[in-house]
Design a protein around this ligand. Structure first.
Ligand code: TMP
Length: 207
Protein backbone atom coordinates (compact mmCIF):
# COMPACT_ATOMS: atom_id res chain seq x y z
CA UNK A 1 0.00 0.00 0.00
CA UNK A 2 2.62 2.54 1.08
CA UNK A 3 2.03 6.12 2.17
CA UNK A 4 -0.77 7.38 -0.04
CA UNK A 5 -1.33 11.11 -0.43
CA UNK A 6 -4.86 12.44 -0.90
CA UNK A 7 -5.12 13.56 -4.52
CA UNK A 8 -1.61 12.19 -5.18
CA UNK A 9 1.52 14.21 -5.84
CA UNK A 10 2.67 15.16 -9.31
CA UNK A 11 6.38 15.79 -10.01
CA UNK A 12 7.96 16.52 -13.38
CA UNK A 13 11.59 16.64 -14.50
CA UNK A 14 12.55 18.94 -17.34
CA UNK A 15 15.77 19.87 -19.07
CA UNK A 16 17.72 19.73 -22.29
CA UNK A 17 19.48 16.69 -23.75
CA UNK A 18 22.49 15.63 -21.67
CA UNK A 19 21.38 17.54 -18.58
CA UNK A 20 21.62 14.50 -16.31
CA UNK A 21 17.84 14.37 -16.01
CA UNK A 22 17.60 10.56 -16.22
CA UNK A 23 20.18 10.04 -13.47
CA UNK A 24 18.33 12.36 -11.10
CA UNK A 25 14.97 10.79 -11.95
CA UNK A 26 16.29 7.33 -11.08
CA UNK A 27 17.62 8.70 -7.82
CA UNK A 28 14.36 10.48 -6.94
CA UNK A 29 12.26 7.39 -7.65
CA UNK A 30 14.49 5.14 -5.51
CA UNK A 31 14.37 7.68 -2.69
CA UNK A 32 10.60 8.08 -2.76
CA UNK A 33 10.11 4.29 -2.79
CA UNK A 34 12.48 3.95 0.16
CA UNK A 35 10.39 6.51 2.03
CA UNK A 36 7.39 4.26 1.42
CA UNK A 37 5.50 6.19 -1.27
CA UNK A 38 3.82 4.30 -4.11
CA UNK A 39 5.57 5.78 -7.17
CA UNK A 40 4.59 5.68 -10.82
CA UNK A 41 7.37 6.61 -13.24
CA UNK A 42 6.33 7.75 -16.71
CA UNK A 43 7.91 9.48 -19.68
CA UNK A 44 6.85 11.77 -22.47
CA UNK A 45 6.30 11.25 -25.26
CA UNK A 46 5.28 7.69 -24.45
CA UNK A 47 4.03 5.70 -21.48
CA UNK A 48 0.96 4.29 -23.28
CA UNK A 49 0.66 2.08 -26.38
CA UNK A 50 -0.47 4.96 -28.61
CA UNK A 51 2.03 7.31 -26.95
CA UNK A 52 4.98 4.99 -27.66
CA UNK A 53 3.85 4.69 -31.30
CA UNK A 54 3.72 8.49 -31.56
CA UNK A 55 7.17 8.68 -29.92
CA UNK A 56 8.65 6.56 -32.75
CA UNK A 57 7.33 9.05 -35.32
CA UNK A 58 8.59 12.04 -33.34
CA UNK A 59 12.14 10.73 -32.92
CA UNK A 60 12.49 9.29 -36.45
CA UNK A 61 15.45 10.90 -38.25
CA UNK A 62 13.82 10.27 -41.64
CA UNK A 63 11.04 12.68 -40.69
CA UNK A 64 13.30 15.67 -40.00
CA UNK A 65 11.24 17.87 -42.33
CA UNK A 66 8.13 17.55 -40.18
CA UNK A 67 6.54 20.94 -39.51
CA UNK A 68 6.57 22.29 -35.98
CA UNK A 69 2.76 22.49 -35.95
CA UNK A 70 2.61 18.74 -36.73
CA UNK A 71 5.15 18.09 -34.02
CA UNK A 72 3.14 20.04 -31.48
CA UNK A 73 -0.03 18.10 -32.20
CA UNK A 74 1.77 14.76 -31.98
CA UNK A 75 3.33 15.60 -28.60
CA UNK A 76 -0.09 16.69 -27.37
CA UNK A 77 -1.72 13.53 -28.74
CA UNK A 78 0.70 11.40 -26.74
CA UNK A 79 0.00 13.57 -23.67
CA UNK A 80 -3.78 13.26 -23.99
CA UNK A 81 -3.45 9.48 -23.71
CA UNK A 82 -0.98 9.59 -20.85
CA UNK A 83 -3.00 12.00 -18.72
CA UNK A 84 -6.21 10.01 -19.04
CA UNK A 85 -4.83 6.49 -18.97
CA UNK A 86 -2.03 6.81 -16.44
CA UNK A 87 -1.64 10.15 -14.64
CA UNK A 88 -5.23 10.74 -13.59
CA UNK A 89 -5.83 7.20 -12.22
CA UNK A 90 -2.49 7.16 -10.36
CA UNK A 91 -3.14 10.51 -8.68
CA UNK A 92 -6.66 9.45 -7.81
CA UNK A 93 -5.17 6.41 -6.04
CA UNK A 94 -2.95 8.72 -3.98
CA UNK A 95 0.30 7.80 -5.74
CA UNK A 96 3.31 9.95 -6.50
CA UNK A 97 3.63 10.44 -10.27
CA UNK A 98 7.15 11.16 -11.50
CA UNK A 99 7.08 12.26 -15.11
CA UNK A 100 10.07 12.69 -17.41
CA UNK A 101 9.03 15.82 -19.42
CA UNK A 102 5.60 17.48 -19.70
CA UNK A 103 4.07 20.79 -20.75
CA UNK A 104 7.21 22.86 -20.08
CA UNK A 105 9.06 20.81 -22.73
CA UNK A 106 6.39 21.70 -25.27
CA UNK A 107 6.68 25.40 -24.43
CA UNK A 108 10.50 25.22 -24.52
CA UNK A 109 10.95 23.09 -27.68
CA UNK A 110 7.98 23.97 -29.91
CA UNK A 111 7.55 27.47 -28.47
CA UNK A 112 10.93 29.02 -27.66
CA UNK A 113 12.84 26.62 -29.94
CA UNK A 114 10.41 26.16 -32.82
CA UNK A 115 8.87 29.63 -32.76
CA UNK A 116 5.19 28.75 -32.21
CA UNK A 117 3.27 31.35 -30.17
CA UNK A 118 3.28 30.43 -26.48
CA UNK A 119 -0.36 31.43 -26.07
CA UNK A 120 -1.41 28.89 -28.73
CA UNK A 121 0.59 26.15 -27.03
CA UNK A 122 -0.75 27.07 -23.60
CA UNK A 123 -4.31 26.96 -24.79
CA UNK A 124 -4.02 23.64 -26.65
CA UNK A 125 -2.06 22.22 -23.77
CA UNK A 126 -4.76 23.19 -21.26
CA UNK A 127 -7.29 21.36 -23.42
CA UNK A 128 -4.98 18.33 -23.51
CA UNK A 129 -4.04 18.05 -19.86
CA UNK A 130 -7.14 19.46 -18.14
CA UNK A 131 -6.31 20.50 -14.58
CA UNK A 132 -3.38 18.10 -14.19
CA UNK A 133 -0.52 20.49 -13.43
CA UNK A 134 2.59 19.36 -11.55
CA UNK A 135 3.06 20.56 -7.97
CA UNK A 136 6.85 20.36 -8.33
CA UNK A 137 9.14 20.62 -11.36
CA UNK A 138 12.89 20.01 -11.33
CA UNK A 139 14.67 21.79 -14.16
CA UNK A 140 18.12 20.39 -14.87
CA UNK A 141 20.01 23.19 -16.56
CA UNK A 142 22.98 22.48 -18.82
CA UNK A 143 24.93 24.56 -21.37
CA UNK A 144 23.70 23.64 -24.87
CA UNK A 145 27.01 22.52 -26.36
CA UNK A 146 27.93 20.67 -23.20
CA UNK A 147 24.53 18.94 -23.14
CA UNK A 148 24.69 17.86 -26.77
CA UNK A 149 28.21 16.55 -26.26
CA UNK A 150 27.19 14.63 -23.15
CA UNK A 151 24.02 13.15 -24.60
CA UNK A 152 25.76 11.47 -27.56
CA UNK A 153 22.32 10.58 -29.00
CA UNK A 154 21.57 11.73 -32.52
CA UNK A 155 17.85 11.63 -33.25
CA UNK A 156 15.56 14.06 -35.08
CA UNK A 157 15.53 16.56 -32.22
CA UNK A 158 19.24 16.51 -31.52
CA UNK A 159 20.09 17.02 -35.19
CA UNK A 160 18.80 20.60 -34.88
CA UNK A 161 21.36 23.45 -34.77
CA UNK A 162 22.94 24.63 -31.52
CA UNK A 163 21.02 27.93 -31.79
CA UNK A 164 17.77 25.93 -31.48
CA UNK A 165 19.03 24.22 -28.32
CA UNK A 166 20.14 27.56 -26.89
CA UNK A 167 16.64 28.99 -27.35
CA UNK A 168 15.21 25.90 -25.66
CA UNK A 169 17.54 26.32 -22.70
CA UNK A 170 16.72 30.01 -22.28
CA UNK A 171 13.03 29.17 -22.61
CA UNK A 172 13.18 26.66 -19.77
CA UNK A 173 14.93 29.21 -17.55
CA UNK A 174 12.33 31.85 -18.39
CA UNK A 175 9.49 29.44 -17.54
CA UNK A 176 11.20 28.70 -14.21
CA UNK A 177 11.47 32.42 -13.38
CA UNK A 178 7.75 32.83 -14.04
CA UNK A 179 6.80 30.14 -11.53
CA UNK A 180 9.45 30.08 -8.79
CA UNK A 181 7.25 28.10 -6.39
CA UNK A 182 6.76 25.19 -8.74
CA UNK A 183 10.27 25.10 -10.23
CA UNK A 184 13.53 24.01 -8.63
CA UNK A 185 16.45 24.78 -10.96
CA UNK A 186 19.53 22.57 -10.66
CA UNK A 187 22.75 23.18 -12.53
CA UNK A 188 24.68 20.38 -14.20
CA UNK A 189 27.85 22.36 -13.45
CA UNK A 190 27.44 21.24 -9.84
CA UNK A 191 28.84 17.82 -8.92
CA UNK A 192 26.23 15.04 -9.27
CA UNK A 193 26.30 14.37 -5.52
CA UNK A 194 25.38 17.97 -4.73
CA UNK A 195 22.50 17.97 -7.23
CA UNK A 196 21.29 14.74 -5.66
CA UNK A 197 21.44 16.26 -2.18
CA UNK A 198 19.32 19.18 -3.36
CA UNK A 199 16.75 16.82 -4.94
CA UNK A 200 16.62 14.90 -1.66
CA UNK A 201 16.17 18.06 0.43
CA UNK A 202 13.39 19.39 -1.77
CA UNK A 203 11.54 16.06 -1.83
CA UNK A 204 11.76 15.74 1.94
CA UNK A 205 10.49 19.28 2.43
CA UNK A 206 7.60 18.98 -0.02
CA UNK A 207 6.28 15.48 0.63
P1 TMP B 1 13.89 12.27 -24.29
O1 TMP B 1 13.30 10.93 -24.16
O2 TMP B 1 15.37 12.27 -24.42
O3 TMP B 1 13.43 13.19 -23.22
O4 TMP B 1 13.42 12.79 -25.73
C1 TMP B 1 12.26 13.38 -26.01
C2 TMP B 1 12.51 14.49 -27.01
O5 TMP B 1 11.29 15.12 -27.33
C3 TMP B 1 13.42 15.57 -26.44
O6 TMP B 1 14.36 15.94 -27.41
C4 TMP B 1 12.50 16.73 -26.20
C5 TMP B 1 11.39 16.50 -27.16
N1 TMP B 1 10.07 17.04 -26.72
C6 TMP B 1 9.51 18.11 -27.38
O7 TMP B 1 10.12 18.65 -28.30
N2 TMP B 1 8.28 18.56 -26.99
C7 TMP B 1 7.56 17.97 -25.99
O8 TMP B 1 6.44 18.39 -25.68
C8 TMP B 1 8.16 16.85 -25.30
C9 TMP B 1 7.42 16.16 -24.19
C10 TMP B 1 9.41 16.41 -25.70
Amino acid sequence: MGKRIKGGYFITFEGAEGSGKSTQIRFAVRLLKRKGYPVVLLREPGGTAAGEAVRKILLDRKLHRMKVETELLLYLAARAELVRQKIEPALRQGKVVVLDRYEDSTLAYQGFGGGLPLRVIRSLSRFTRGHFVPQLTFLLDVGSREGLRRSGRRDRVEQKPVSFHERVRKGFLQLARREPRRFVVLSSREPIARVRKKVEEVLSARL
